[in-house]
Design a protein around this ligand. Structure first.
Ligand code: PEP
Ligand code: MG
Length: 591
């Protein structure tokens, strides 16, 4: 880059999804409201109360409009959920309290409303009754709607109904919101918070759009309508790019186009090293719409189907039948290639609105994935039955997320066995030989891998979580991203331990975390003995390109070095050296 020029401003963040785009910015929402206490004169009291009442009326109209749209597209019972919001909006006790604060304390309406509703939320959150506790979330939602109207903040944009191409900018984008992005209109996105392996970032890669996270102040300083260039290779957002900058990026686009041609040529070739080691290269998907990309990039099936995306962004849980149809569709489309379906991994940074799970202090250490499923057997069994029924296609495997030890694995398998018995009794066919795998993503699982290996057909290492749990570095927090090091010796030793335990017990091990899609790290994983790599469809070409140019012998030497080195930086530098020597064209990313 040629530095900062007049009018041009560069925001730096973390590059999470490669590519460059440019266009009009749409600012989604800002970090927080500034609710300022403003003293008002006695004459202002009555207009201020009117302003508050007007905001309530306006909010009521908006909720009814949303309710009408939901009733049109879903069932009326789902639309009834909004009745609770409308009832709260009419709660005389709350309204009187706000008016009293405005009158007695002579303060502005937004401050008065915020103070009163906050008090209510705190009380609701503290009660024993679960139903009442859940109403706290409703009230929080309602409070922001009313404050939006009081402060004249535009309603949060509906990302499903954009009308022109744009770069989305926000303080944060939740995975559920990201999953709703309209691929036709979102050129790329940038956020102020987030890490490389947050599910928001993962979705960016899966949507195959450039994305940057952790770009400080980007949503505060940019305005809707600004013109920007987003560089997902280097993690920058450049507002008002100069002609020189645009020219430099034009050059980069040419380099990338010629690399694209090289990568397309090998899409249908196998992933095999120069000295003949075959690596199974498969794809990570979120739903059935990703299947064409799996085929296009020549992936050998699906190594990770993140089924939780079938559970979020809807007002009811997907039924056994709903799920069965999706799983069967994916399996049928990819037959005979394997499809590994992971049982639902809700919690952490992925939540289902329907389940209305109470907020936890440490969601990543809490009620997540298999822990949630074992506590909710109805939800778990419906999914197990759906997967088993779809397994009649012959190419489905199942795996459990967040296994921490043998006991959880045994419990999960007991549910699976019971579902099999039910299906046999109902004379519904399924694949009696369907393989079962455990994800290794908690350090304890890697440490007891030898025992787990005796109970499953394969392992899949979830490095995204394995790294965050081993190094105690939240994968979604940009402030600790420097500690989140895939090449930390502790991580590599846990991977090696898992691979060795698997091979000693005659089973195979894959890696389906984001490291598997990184061409710098893929040779190291191969050298450590990993049998399968599963990555976002768009990442597969580059990984295959490097595997086809490296020798397994070199990969093994790299792994041997890494296993006796104590410095993550040194190990990473070695990985980079090998990757750059082997496939220099993959790394020409600078404009
Ligand atoms: C992982 O943790 O590496 C993984 C693949 O699962 P997820 O990213 O969905 O948590
Ligand atoms: Mg995980």
């Amino acid at each position: 880059m040629s530095g900062q020029k007049k009018g041009e401003k560069v925001f730096r963040g973390i590059a999470v999804s490669p590519g460059v785009c440019r266009g009009k910015v749409v600012v989604l929402h800002r970090a927080r409201y500034a609710i300022i206490r403003r003293d008002i004169s006695p004459d202002e009291v009555s207009p201020e109360i009117k302003r508050f009442e007007h905001a309530l009326v306006r909010t009521r109209q908006q909720i009814m409009e949303v309710q009408r749209r939901v009733a049109e597209t879903m069932s009326s019972s789902e639309a009834d959920i909004f009745d609770a919001h409308l009832l709260m909006l009419e709660d005389r006790v709350l309204i009187e309290e706000v008016i009293k604060i405005i009158r007695d304390q002579k303060v502005n309406a937004d401050y008065a409303f915020h103070t009163a509703s906050d008090r209510y939320i705190t009380v609701l959150e503290a009660v024993e009754d679960e139903y009442l506790r859940e109403r706290a979330a409703d009230l929080r939602d309602l409070t922001s709607r009313v404050l939006d109207n009081l402060l004249n903040v535009k309603q949060q944009l509906d990302v499903r109904h954009l009308t022109e191409p744009c770069i989305l900018v926000g303080h944060d984008l939740s995975p559920s919101l990201t999953a709703q992005l309209d691929r036709n209109f979102v050129l790329g996105f940038a956020t102020e918070i987030g890490g490389k392996t947050s599910h928001t970032a993962i979705l960016g890669r899966s949507l195959d759009i450039p994305a940057v996270v952790g770009a400080q102040n980007v949503s505060e300083e940019l305005e809707t309508g600004d013109y920007a260039l987003l560089d997902g290779y280097n993690g920058t957002v450049i507002v008002n790019p100069t002609d020189q900058t645009l020219f430099e990026y034009g050059q980069l686009a040419k380099i990338k186009a010629s690399l694209g041609e090289k990568l397309r040529e090998i899409q249908l070739q196998p992933a095999v090293t120069l000295d003949g080691k075959v690596v199974h290269l498969s794809a990570n998907i979120e739903d059935q719409h990703d299947v064409p990309a799996v085929i296009k990039h020549g992936a050998e099936g699906v190594g990770l189907f993140r089924t939780e995306f079938l559970f979020i962004n809807r007002e009811n849980l997907p039924s056994e039948e709903d799920q069965y149809k999706v799983y069967r569709e994916v399996a049928a489309a990819l037959k005979p290639q394997p499809v590994i379906i992971r049982t639902v991994d809700l919690g952490g940074d992925k939540f289902s609105s329907q389940l209305q799970l109470a907020q936890e202090v440490n969601p990543f250490l809490g009620w997540r994935a298999i822990r949630f499923c074992l506590a909710q057997p109805d939800v778990f069994r419906a999914q197990l039955r759906a997967i088993l029924r779809a397994s009649a296609e012959g190419n489905i495997k199942i795996m459990y997320p967040m296994i921490s030890g043998l006991d959880e694995l045994t419990q999960a398998n007991t549910h699976l066995d019971k579902c099999k018995e039910e299906l046999r009794a109902e004379k519904i066919s399924f694949d009696e030989k369907m393989e079962v795998g455990a994800m290794i993503e908690i350090p304890s699982a890697a440490l007891v891998a030898n025992a787990l290996a005796k109970k499953v057909n394969f392992f899949s290492i979830g490095s995204n979580d394995l790294i965050q749990y081993t190094l105690a570095a939240d994968r979604t927090n940009e402030k600790v991203s420097h500690l989140y090091e895939p090449t930390h010796p502790a991580i590599l030793r846990l991977i090696k331990m898992t691979v060795d335990a698997a091979h000693a017990n005659g089973i195979w091990t894959g890696v389906c975390g984001e490291v598997a899609g990184d061409p710098v790290l893929a040779p190291l994983l191969v050298g450590l003995g990993v049998d399968e790599l599963s990555a976002a469809p768009s990442a597969i070409d580059s990984v295959k390109y490097i595997i086809r140019r490296v020798k397994n012998e070199e990969a093994k030497q790299l792994a041997d070095f890494a296993l006796q080195c104590e410095s993550p930086t040194e190990i990473f530098a070695r990985c980079q050296d090998l990757a750059r020597q082997t496939a220099p064209s993959l790394f020409e990313n600078k404009a």
